[in-house]
Ligand binder design. Structure first.
Ligand code: TYM
Length: 328
C-alpha cells in the first residue's frame, strides 16, 4: 500500500479552500493508502503567533480533521512538534538546501514582502516541509496548487541527498485535485482564498454559520453580464463560484451552466450557498462534539507515537548516511 503525507498549518480557522484543496482529498485517499496527516505547528511559528491562540488553533484543526471524516483507524493524525524527528531532519535538509533555491520560493516572497522583521525560519520553511514528507517514505502528497513549488523542491532535495550520500529517501509525487486546486478570494477573485486574509468577507471559513455563508456568497464579486458561464480570464468571480458549487454539490461545470441558463446571479448564488451549507453543517455539528473530548487527546497521543516509530527509523538512516554521531 503506498504512503501519503500531508499537512495543514494551524494558523487560523480553515477556509473552504483548505477543505477543497486538501481535506476533501485526504478523506477519499485514506481508504486506499497508508496516510499520515499532520498539524504543522512548527511551520505556523515561522510568522508571529499569539501563544494561547495557537494552542486553540491546533486543537481546533485536529477536531476539523476528524469532523471532516479523517478516521484514526485508517490514518495517523498527529502534531508536528510532538514528533521531534521533524526538526532533526529539517536541519539535515537545510544543510543540503541552497540559498538561491529558497530565495526563488514565491510563498517566501509573498510572506516577506514589505515586512520589517522576517524570521530565518520563514526562509528555511521549505526545507522543514521536505523533512515532513521524506520522514515517512511518502509516495504521494495531496495538496492545493499553491504548494507545487515546495513539492518540486522536496523532490530535488530527496534526489540530491540520495545521490550525495546513500539512497535513503523515496522521491514523492504530488497530487492536485482536478477541480478546486485553487479556490479564489470572494472579493478579489484573481487572488487565492487564504486563512490569513484581513478581509473576512473574502473567505468562507469552515466554521461560518449558514447565515454568514449566505451573506458572504451574496456579496461575492461577479460581473455585470448576468450569465453563468465558465471563463476564468474574463469572468474570474463567476468561474470561482462555479468551481466551488461543482465541488460542493458534486455536479460538473457543464451541468451547472445548463442548470442556471437564463437565470440571474441571485439564483446561482443561492445555489452555491446551499451546496456549501449542505456539506459544512454536518461537519460543524460533529466538530463541536469532538472539540473538548478526551478522545481527541487520545487520538493525538496515539498518532504521535505511531508517527515517531516510522520517523525515528528514517532519522537513523539519514544520520548514518550523512556521517552524523557514532556507529552503534
Ligand atoms: P496551508 O496550511 O497554507 O494549506 C493547507 C492545504 O490547503 C491547500 N490550500 C488551498 N487549496 C485550494 N484553494 C485554496 N485557496 C487553498 N489554500 C490552501 C494548500 O495547498 C494545502 O494543501 N506548506 C503547507 C503546509 C505543509 C505541508 C507539509 C503540506 C507543511 N508541511 C508537508 C504538505 C506536506 C501550507 O502552508 O499549507
Amino acid at each position: 500500500m503506498s504512503t501519503i503525507f500531508s499537512g495543514i498549518q494551524p494558523s487560523g480557522t480553515l477556509t473552504i479552500g483548505n477543505y477543497v484543496g486538501a481535506i476533501r482529498q485526504f478523506v477519499e485517499l485514506q481508504n486506499s493508502h497508508n496516510c499520515f496527516f499532520c498539524i504543522v505547528d512548527e511551520h505556523a511559528v515561522t510568522v508571529p503567533q499569539e501563544r494561547l491562540k495557537l494552542r486553540d488553533n491546533i486543537r481546533s484543526l485536529a477536531a476539523i480533521y476528524l469532523a471532516s471524516g479523517i478516521d484514526p483507524n485508517k490514518s495517523t493524525l498527529f502534531i508536528q512538534s510532538e514528533v521531534p524527528a521533524h526538526t532533526q531532519l529539517g536541519w539535515m535538509m537545510q544543510s543540503i538546501s541552497y540559498m538561491g533555491e529558497l530565495e526563488r520560493m514565491t510563498q517566501f516572497k509573498d510572506k516577506s514582502e514589505g515586512k520589517e522583521a522576517v524570521s530565518s525560519a520563514l526562509f528555511t520553511y521549505p526545507s522543514l516541509m521536505a523533512a515532513d514528507i521524506l520522514l515517512y517514505n511518502t509516495d504521494l502528497v495531496p495538496v492545493g496548487d499553491d504548494q507545487k513549488q515546495h513539492l518540486e523542491l522536496t523532490r530535488d532535495l530527496a534526489q540530491r541527498f540520495n545521490n550525495r550520500f546513500l539512497d535513503v529517501f523515496t522521491v514523492p509525487e504530488i497530487s492536485i485535485p482536478k477541480v478546486g486546486a485553487r479556490i479564489m478570494s470572494l472579493q478579489e477573485p484573481t487572488k487565492k482564498m487564504s486563512k490569513s486574509d484581513e478581509n473576512a468577507k473574502a473567505s468562507i471559513f469552515m466554521l461560518d454559520d449558514p447565515k454568514k455563508i449566505e451573506k458572504k456568497i451574496k456579496s461575492a464579486v461577479t460581473d455585470s453580464e448576468g450569465i453563468v458561464k465558465y471563463d476564468k480570464e474574463n469572468k474570474p468571480g463567476v468561474s470561482n463560484l462555479l468551481d466551488i458549487h461543482a465541488v460542493f454539490s458534486g455536479e460538473t461545470i457543464e451541468e451547472l451552466e445548463r442548470k442556471y441558463e437564463g437565470k440571474g446571479y441571485g439564483d446561482f448564488k443561492q445555489g452555491v450557498a446551499d451546496a456549501i451549507i449542505n456539506v459544512l453543517k454536518p461537519i460543524q455539528d460533529r466538530y463541536y462534539e469532538i472539540l473538548d473530548s478526551a478522545l481527541l487527546d487520545q487520538i493525538l497521543d496515539q498518532g504521535a507515537e505511531k508517527a515517531s516509530l516510522v520517523a525515528n527509523k528514517t532519522i537513523q538512516k539519514a544520520k548514518k548516511a550523512m556521517g552524523l554521531g557514532r556507529v552503534k
